[in-house]
Design a protein around this ligand. Structure first.
Ligand SMILES: Cc1cc2nc3c(=O)[nH]c(=O)nc-3n(C[C@H](O)[C@H](O)[C@H](O)COP(=O)(O)O)c2cc1C
Length: 357
């Protein structure tokens, strides 16, 4: 077999960037030996969490940061040019590589493949100062971390996640997404999330799998069997309490426009990789930010009026926790802490599937 080219090596690493529900909204077109294009896309036509493509744009930003780090690992510097003509639904970014043998590789590049999402509870041991500082200093200029630590804040955040999850588990729009993105009876998944990485016990997974065969079953479970309780306790309440701290990444101004969201995605990925570098577990909790943004801007993300009102309440809780101004500048949220690595994880599409010929 032929040796992989420089570009193939870089893309093979960069494809480990995270994306919402492991959708990998990117494909690659090689132009010549040191230039290629990233063709982004989004999932707005089917994903209630991505109705304007914002989550996908963050993911493409994370991919670009990972390209830069993967290039630095092999002695190159990457520069990016966003095609101003391309629509926001299909951003195109041209990447140019230049040999930079004298530049020190960025150490965050060592954690590209090790960075992972852990959805189970972590230890509640507080973050050591050195770890907190390492995470903060991984962020580029223009971003800061707002920490929600201590038992009172963790309780407030865990309850917020618990309430927020009621929306996810009771609207048909989210049911259709979950049905599509969970791979059942799996420890790894190339293009979805394996059920064993959801953070549920085996019996709850089994019940959920049965229920998710049809919307009628989900509605029946929710109405008569308190069907949202166990998943919400296991996926939201206990993990919300089981962490060192929750965090919100805050930009200097509201992240409006594709350039701002690509930039925010780059910051998010640096923060996440820094966690991996310090041996910290990490889980994003992006849906409270997404629903509260929909609520603020009057986006009717569901036909269920109760869910629209619930999103208003999630927004109210977030305002109570971090303040109105931080909330409009917030780009990413989640929790971090000490604990075991997950035993199941999303993997990625093979390089051949990602390259456009
Ligand atoms: C923009 C974005 C939003 C995400 N939101 C969530 C979330 O709300 N909850 C969650 O558990 N994981 C979330 N994830 C994590 C993805 O599901 C995960 O990165 C993807 O499945 C790949 O798995 P890996 O991170 O283990 O490699 C998000 C990731 C991205 C990039």
């Amino acid at each position: 077999m032929a040796e992989p080219s420089l570009i193939e090596q870089i893309i093979a690493s960069a494809r480990w960037a995270p994306s919402g529900d492991n959708t990998q909204p990117w494909r690659f077109e090689v132009i010549d030996a040191d230039r290629f294009r990233v063709h982004g896309s989004d999932t707005r036509d089917w994903c209630v969490y991505d109705l304007e493509g914002h989550a996908s744009q963050l993911a493409v930003g994370a991919l670009l940061e990972t390209v830069a780090l993967a290039a630095s690992r092999v002695g190159h510097a990457a520069s990016f040019t966003v095609d101003a003509q391309a629509p926001d639904t299909h951003p195109i970014i041209e990447v140019a590589l230049r040999s930079a043998p004298d530049e020190q590789p960025d150490p965050l590049g060592n954690y590209i493949e090790r960075r992972v999402t852990q959805r189970r509870p972590f230890s509640s041991r507080p973050l050591a100062d050195a770890d907190r500082q390492a995470l903060e200093s991984a962020l580029p200029a223009g971003y800061q971390v707002l920490w929600l630590a201590g038992s009172r804040n963790r309780w407030r955040m865990a309850l917020l996640l618990f309430h927020n999850a009621h929306i996810r588990l009771t609207i048909r729009e989210a049911f259709e997404v979950h049905r599509r993105i969970i791979e059942w009876d799996a420890t790894t998944s190339e293009d979805r999330i394996p059920d064993r990485a959801l953070g549920l016990d085996a019996l709850t997974v089994k019940t959920m799998r049965w229920a998710m065969q049809s919307w009628e079953r989900v509605q029946f479970m929710n109405r008569w069997l308190a069907g949202t309780w166990l998943p919400r306790v296991q996926m939201d309440l206990l993990p919300g309490l089981g962490c060192a701290a929750h965090f919100v990444l805050i930009a200097e101004r509201p992240p409006e426009g594709i350039a701002a969201r690509l930039d925010a995605g780059r910051a998010m990925q640096r923060f996440w990789l820094a966690c991996a570098g310090r041996g910290l577990q990490f889980q994003p909790a992006q849906t409270p930010l997404i629903f509260s943004d929909y609520a603020r801007r009057g986006i009717r993300f569901s036909t269920d009026e109760r869910a629209l009102r619930a999103a208003e309440r999630v927004r109210g809780r977030l305002v109570g926790l971090i303040g109105e101004e931080n909330l409009v500048n917030a780009v990413y949220a989640g929790r971090v802490g000490y604990g075991k690595e997950p035993s199941a994880r999303s993997v990625r599409l093979p390089l051949e599937r990602l390259l456009q010929r």
